[in-house]
Design a protein around this ligand. Structure first.
Ligand code: CP3
Length: 352
């Protein structure tokens, strides 16, 4: 990997400024899942590892994958290359990434005994993530931010209880309504580990952290707040108590229906693509910066990208506290040329 990036002092981190609603020369932009199979460079790096988990555990390779979108696309922030499922992995669960099938956890947790077996010291074993963050921060230009991340307790619990991805969340929802105390036990244990983990990522050099709640939208409103958002808020409060200088971003896939009740000490609300940006602005922008939320499928076509960016600029152009992103992650069949076009176009359209 190349390690020649100098860290010239005096550059502003426009990404961090936008998180704190300070003025920036243009809107910062990065893309969720910006490191991935749509980049040939990523596929080459991945081929050096035995499998996906080995890739996550190889700090040198993870650092290499993290830096690729910075060099190739010119995004304003790097997100550490890893996966949300390294947390259940280091809590002692078996996690497999079967090619083309998505993640599988063959021994799901279902009982109090299962939960008690989960290791609460997982943040200590995630040293390889902290090492990758240190390598990246050393090799990242001073005007680029480094984002650490974790999955939300609810999203991780769905994988750990269902045993993988799910269509209807039958098992975890059955637990929510028939034995909520059991589900709260696991959510609390996860929140403690995730809080430790994010604070350690900050110590290792993360300039901001994002919590991905990918499956909160599976829950009705009361359950969304009881099993989902309340734990996100708890983690945020803990981070803010220790590190008020670090922006915290919450991504809520499916949170769009519940915007009015959203609260917490976090800094940036990352809207999914189902949430009209205009509504998010009206309901949340007086309290939070906004990130998002172009429909990812617009990435298939340059004209569609232009329309998506112009629409975001119509709503958020000229405002302090806006970060351009997709409303969910990049996909393996997306085109790198279009991704580069998007980043340049955002910088151009939002320039002041
Ligand atoms: O944004 C980035 O570039 C950082 C890397 C990142 C990955 N996963 C790498 C990855 C991040 C932030 C994640 C988060 C993640 N992982 C989420 C939350 C975000 C979201 O999209 O909702 C979730 C739900 C997961 C779980 C997960 N990991 C799934 C469903 C899959 C399989 C999907 C697939 O395309 O096969 C993964 C594997 C994974 N994580 C890949 C990458 C690049 C693909 C693995 C490969 O290289 O084959």
């Amino acid at each position: 990997m190349r390690i020649e990036r100098g860290c010239a002092k005096g550059f502003a981190l426009i990404f961090i400024d936008a998180c704190f609603k300070k003025p920036t020369p243009t809107a910062p932009v990065w893309l969720m899942r910006q490191a991935g199979r749509y980049l040939a460079e990523y596929r080459l790096t991945r081929a050096k590892a035995k499998n996906f988990i080995d890739f996550c555990r190889r700090s040198d390779l993870a650092a290499e994958a993290t830096l690729q979108p910075i060099d190739i696309l010119g995004v304003d922030a790097a997100i550490i290359f890893s996966d949300i499922l390294v947390v259940p992995l280091e809590m002692g669960m078996k996690v497999e990434f079967a090619e083309g099938r998505g993640p599988v956890l063959p021994d799901p947790i279902r009982t109090r005994a299962d939960i008690n077996r989960l290791l609460s010291v997982a943040a200590d074993t995630l040293e390889y993530v902290y090492d990758a963050l240190k390598i990246v921060r050393r090799n990242l230009a001073a005007d680029k931010a480094l984002i650490g991340f974790a999955g939300s307790p609810w999203t991780l619990a769905t994988y750990m209880i269902e045993g993988g991805g799910s269509k209807n969340y039958a098992i975890v929802k059955k637990m929510a309504y028939s034995d909520p105390a059991l589900l709260h036990m696991i959510l609390q244990k996860l929140s403690d580990v995730i809080g430790d983990y994010l604070l350690r990522q900050i110590d290792a050099g993360a300039n901001a952290v994002q919590i991905f709640d990918s499956w909160g939208g599976a829950l009705e409103k009361s359950a969304f707040f009881e099993f989902g958002w309340s734990y996100m808020k708890q983690i945020v409060s803990r981070i803010k108590m220790e590190r008020a200088d670090i922006p915290v971003i919450l991504f809520g896939k499916g949170a769009g229906g519940y915007l009015e009740e959203i609260d917490g000490d976090f800094d940036v609300f990352s809207a999914d693509w189902n949430t009209p940006l205009e509504r998010a602005k009206k309901v949340l922008f007086d309290r939070y910066a906004l990130q998002g939320n172009m429909e990812p499928a617009r990435m298939y076509d340059k004209a569609a990208i232009e329309i998506g960016v112009r629409e975001a600029a119509r709503v958020m152009g000229g405002e302090n506290g806006y970060i351009f992103n997709l409303g969910h992650g990049m996909q393996p069949d997306f085109n790198r040329g279009n991704a580069k076009f998007l980043v340049d176009f955002v910088h151009q359209i939002f320039a002041r």
